[in-house]
Ligand binder design. Structure first.
Ligand SMILES: [Fe+2]
Length: 342
């Protein structure tokens, strides 16, 4: 992408993120990855009158996007983490999510924005204030709920006990101290109580497996008891999921992780056909998806920090909070969260 276009996009991003004159913003990269993003953020930040610098880690650090989540090269360099804690905002071009280092940076009051998706996707799913408002309506409803029930015509019927973990929102920019977000994004989520998820989830053809970046081809049935997956049954997709999870050799990988729904009407369900190598943010965000996840809940403050993590956005599900429908058969059911398709 043309560097001037990218710089203009970063200018919008940083402005939405409340970046202003006199703030210190550090861009964090690794090896030769996304150096064009780093240049664009540096130029945009300068135009806003910020103190900007670029912290670049060597390429020998763990691979970007490798989905052993939570392991970063920063762990070996405490001085670098200290420097990042001094910033008002860190632009993360590596993907630090779930790492102790990111949590320490946020705890110091530094806001963190991750940007690792392909530039054309960043451009198409630019964050907006309207989308933020829609996401925050969802977050408010989710934060008040005591239970979440997800059903589908394919046989999903699972209940999450809520109220233990905070509700999180992602809308693609961040203007509050200590808050993290990911560009692009538009969804809300929380987690069930550690022993409070029970029922059955049946993946249907077209549901999405991240990080495989593939679409499910035949049904996969998860049996969940007291917050843990007890059984995964089905055909080839079930076998692939089980084989992948087994490589972590960690029973905590079978815990139930975050759960919520997507709200971006511009995000395409077929997005993986366009950006097969990305992180899948478009799939997490597409309008009316219901996404459940397995593995860690430390992002929400829970004890499970396993590196075995799958995100699974599903189509055509219904999601109820205390029996009130949020999503019905893949359509957003609450007026304040709806997009009017023209
Ligand atoms: Fe996730």
């Amino acid at each position: 992408m043309d560097v001037n276009v990218l710089t203009e996009m970063c200018l919008v991003q940083l402005s939405l993120s409340g970046v202003h004159e006199g703030e210190k913003v550090i861009v964090l990269s690794q090896g030769d990855e996304r150096l064009d993003y780093a240049d664009a953020f540096l130029a945009a930040g300068r135009r806003l009158g910020c103190q900007m610098y670029h912290m670049r880690l060597p390429a020998s650090m763990p691979e970007t996007g490798a989905w052993a989540v939570g392991k970063t090269g920063l762990a070996a360099i405490p001085d670098a983490v200290e420097a990042l804690k001094q910033a008002d905002m860190v632009v993360d071009l590596i993907f630090l999510l779930f790492s102790d280092e990111q949590m320490a940076i946020q705890a110091s009051g530094t806001r963190v924005l991750t940007a690792v998706e392909p530039a054309p996707l960043l451009a198409r799913l630019m964050p907006t204030k309207q989308l933020r408002e829609r996401v925050e309506v969802g977050a408010e409803l989710l934060a008040k709920a005591k239970t979440m029930r997800i059903t589908s015509k394919h046989g999903t019927d699972v209940v999450y006990k809520l109220g233990v973990y905070p509700t999180m929102s992602e809308y693609g920019y961040t203007d509050q101290p200590g808050r993290w977000d990911h560009w692009p994004a538009a969804f809300v989520f929380t987690g069930g109580a550690d022993d409070g998820v029970d029922g059955t989830i049946v993946l249907a053809p077209g549901d999405v497996l991240l990080p495989f970046n593939t679409y499910v081809r035949e049904p996969v049935t998860y049996t969940i008891e007291k917050g843990f997956i007890r059984d995964i049954r089905g055909g080839l997709d079930a076998e692939l999921i089980k084989s992948y999870m087994a490589t972590f050799n960690d029973p905590r990988g079978f815990g139930m992780s975050h759960v919520g729904w997507g709200l971006d009407h511009r995000a395409n369900w077929h997005g993986l056909t366009q950006f097969p190598g990305g992180m899948g943010m478009e799939l997490r965000s597409f309008y009316g998806n219901v996404m459940f996840s397995t593995g860690p809940n430390n992002e929400l403050g829970g004890p499970n920090n396993t590196a075995c993590h799958l995100d699974i956005p599903m189509r055509n599900c219904s999601l109820f909070l205390d029996d009130e429908p949020m999503v019905l058969d893949g359509q957003i059911a609450v007026k304040e969260m709806q997009h009017v398709f023209g």
